[in-house]
Design a protein around this ligand. Structure first.
Ligand code: PGA
Length: 260
């Protein structure tokens, strides 16, 4: 059965001290617990090293928020998959809508990054999602299909085993307006069926598809208990330990219920 993943996307938040102040209590709360859900924190690059040091020998995983698709060279300001591996990252968020919107990332660029991440043993959390305008124009499925085909283009079945998808409707990100459980379920079932068609049913059934966009302790359980919602990519609510722990707990409850 596929793994439920609760990941915190810190975005451009938390310096070194704030990273300590967040991760120490998180670690103390989760230590020794045998969790069904995989917990991932994605700090900014400057905190990755210290984060992986603090979380050494815990089952909390580290992810980066972006990377470049080259290994090294004259790419001022960029970070490579090799560098992320050296600070013990296991995951990397790719194609987040903020990267697409502010930094011009396209499906083609994201696709190159996905392939490179996997080559270096990183698990990409690949983000897709429609804008409000696209939803209102009835284009949600069309947009998702284009993005999914684009970002997964040319991946082998073997590579697909390392991919995580995050369905993040752009209108729900940072707005306090989450997708309803039904909207998330509908879109995520669509993505799974699409992947079944592009690859095969086994790969689609094993694929973790997270929901992201204004996930809070209050709405997490209703979203995570949907059959095709296998986790959450959490922005704002992942910045406070209490809120993040509550979302992890909601994931744990939903995950145990799905197993039974
Ligand atoms: P949000 O962000 O939870 O603050 O809406 C989610 C994301 O962008 O990954």
């Amino acid at each position: 059965m596929r793994k439920m993943i609760i990941a915190g996307n810190w975005k451009m938040n938390k310096d070194i001290k704030e990273t300590f102040d967040f991760l120490l209590p998180l670690k103390n709360n989760l230590i020794g617990q045998n969790l069904n859900v995989e917990v991932v924190v994605c700090p900014p690059f400057t905190s990755l090293f210290i984060a992986s040091d603090i979380l050494r020998e815990t089952n909390i995983k580290i992810g980066a928020q972006n990377m470049f698709y080259e290994v090294e060279g004259a790419y001022t300001g960029e970070i490579s998959p090799k560098m992320l591996k050296s600070v013990r990252c296991e995951y990397v968020i790719l194609g987040h809508s903020e990267r697409r919107r502010y930094f011009g990332e396209t499906d083609e660029i994201v696709n190159k990054k996905v392939k490179k991440a996997i080559e270096f043993g990183l698990k990409p959390i690949v983000c897709v999602g429609e804008t409000l305008e696209e939803r209102e124009n009835g284009e949600t499925f069309k947009v998702l299909e284009k993005q999914i085909k684009g970002v997964l283009e040319g991946l082998t079945y073997e590579q697909m085993r390392n991919v995580v998808i995050a369905y993040e409707p752009v209108w729900a990100i940072g707005t306090g307006r989450n997708a309803t459980p039904d909207q998330a379920q509908e879109a995520q079932r669509f993505i799974r069926e699409l992947v079944a068609g592009l690859f095969n049913d086994g790969i689609a059934q094993n694929l973790t598809i997270q929901y992201g966009g204004s996930v809070t302790p209050e709405n997490a359980y209703s979203l995570l208990s949907q059959p095709d919602v296998d986790g959450a990519l959490v922005g704002g609510a992942s910045l406070k330990v209490d809120a993040f722990l509550k979302i992890i707990k909601a994931g744990e409850t939903a995950s145990v219920e799905k197993k039974n």
